[in-house]
Design a protein around this ligand. Structure first.
Ligand SMILES: *Cc1c(COP(=O)(O)O)cnc(C)c1O
Length: 422
């Protein structure tokens, strides 16, 4: 291509919208980006976030900061903690925040109220969900299926859950789980979107196949919730977990959530039955009696500051339809793939993420030689994605604050870096 290798946003001093490759391909793509941004019904939502000139394509690891979080946290610390102190458990609604905020996440994952509770990390919730699922599964089922390409923590936790419950873990490719589930399967733990490749799995079909085999389905939604439609109720998922610091922008270490299908709640036997999940926590009884509903998934005292930061962060979803987010996510990733194809030196990168929309999450993963160094260069030039060993560049496209012009700039800088290192 013409001149992308001469582009450097730090030395040109141009803003993110006009600092584009000047060649013919770049000009046509720039016009297309401008057109797409003009027509984008979500364009104004970007103003709900604290953004700068960096092209931020790592919102699938840590979502950007919504502008409402700081003032809300300041109020929580100053007034609710600083002045009301212990009274806030009641008067500021702290005690019920895990269920209340769960009900705010529920519409984003296709869940009716009363089935989602927020608290603890995703890892801890994987543990609760898996052990509870094994305890609810039909007797005599001795295996737990785990998505072979799973985010590692899920696999580690599954191994421990299996040891504790006397089962074994069998790793199976997510695409094979439907076929592999059988009379020995108690439960399968599957990632809805593969964190590394960005492949989207068939939540409805796999869940139905597991049910036909008499097994339960536990889904990890870390890379799908907030990026694409999820229909837990309609697709009859049993249990699900997900984190809130990626596409839900809750902040570093924000608490995760646990979904327990309403019909299963009476049989949900938590492996970590802390006092917060007791039917009468302040009865301080020596014996455990579980609460009804989503609260049964709680353990101990909720992480109020992070919970309320997340609560404020969820305001960015006001008036936003997840279906619209999906349209833009596919639009952004399509356009980025087009830009990379047009601008990157021939043969310099390979597309890891499925091109078919039905199999694509909200990220584009590319593999290339020297990927770690390429990502360091990109970051130094104001394009932030991340690197996954051994050779994957991950670009997460968060539709609420990413522009088509950002996708083009990322591809332009990537092309320049690849030319420089080729
Ligand atoms: C990000 C992610 C996690 C993170 O787990 P934590 O306990 O929050 O560290 C777990 N599973 C998947 C699939 C993820 O993508």
């Amino acid at each position: 291509m013409s001149e992308p290798s001469t582009y450097d946003p730090r030395t040109t001093g141009l803003g993110p919208d006009n600092a584009l490759a000047p060649g013919p391909g770049g000009t046509a793509l720039a016009a297309r980006a401008a057109e797409l941004d003009r027509a984008d019904p979500l364009a104004a939502v970007r103003d709900r976030f604290t953004m700068d000139d960096t092209v931020y394509l790592d919102g699938n690891s840590l979502g950007a900061l919504p502008t409402g979080v700081l003032p809300r946290l300041s109020e929580v610390v100053t007034r609710e903690w600083g002045e009301l102190r212990i009274r806030s458990w009641e008067e500021s609604g702290w005690w019920t925040a895990p269920e209340r905020i769960g009900d705010r996440i529920a519409p984003l994952i296709g869940a009716a109220p009363g089935q989602v509770v927020v608290g603890d990390s995703t890892s801890v919730n994987v543990f609760k969900a898996l052990v509870a699922a094994v305890r609810m599964a039909p007797h005599g089922r001795d295996e737990i299926l785990v998505d072979a390409a799973t985010f590692p923590t899920d696999g580690y936790i599954a191994q421990s859950a299996a040891r504790l419950t006397g089962r074994t873990v069998r790793a199976v490719a997510a695409a094979e789980i439907a076929a592999e589930a059988g009379a020995r399967t108690a439960v399968a733990l599957v990632n809805h979107v593969d964190y590394r490749t960005g492949r989207l799995h068939d939540l409805r079909g796999v869940t139905a196949a597991l049910h036909r085999a008499g097994a339960l389905a536990v889904w990890d939604l870390c890379h799908s919730a907030g990026a694409l439609p999820v229909s837990l109720d309609a697709d009859e998922v049993d249990l699900a977990v997900g984190c809130t610091y990626k596409y839900l922008n809750g902040g570093p270490g924000a608490p995760a959530y646990l979904y327990v299908r309403r019909e299963l709640q009476p049989g949900f036997d938590s492996p970590l039955p802390g006092w917060n999940s007791h039917a009468d926590p302040f009865g301080m009884a020596p014996g455990y009696e579980p609460a009804d509903g989503a609260a049964r998934g709680r353990i101990g005292t909720p992480e109020i500051l992070s919970l309320l930061a997340l609560d404020a962060a969820l305001d960015v979803w006001d008036g936003v339809a997840v279906s619209e987010v999906r349209v833009k996510s596919l639009g952004l990733t399509d356009f980025f793939l087009d830009c990379v194809a047009a601008l990157a030196p021939a043969g310099s990168v390979e597309v890891v993420t499925p091109v078919a929309h039905a199999a694509r999450g909200s990220q584009v993963s590319l593999s290339c030689a020297g990927a770690a160094e390429v990502m360091r260069e990109l970051t130094a030039r104001g394009v932030v994605g991340d690197f996954r060993r051994p050779d994957v560049l991950r670009f997460g496209f968060t539709p609420l604050y990413t522009r088509y012009a950002d996708a083009l700039r990322a591809a332009t800088v990537l092309a320049a870096v690849l030319e420089g290192t080729a």
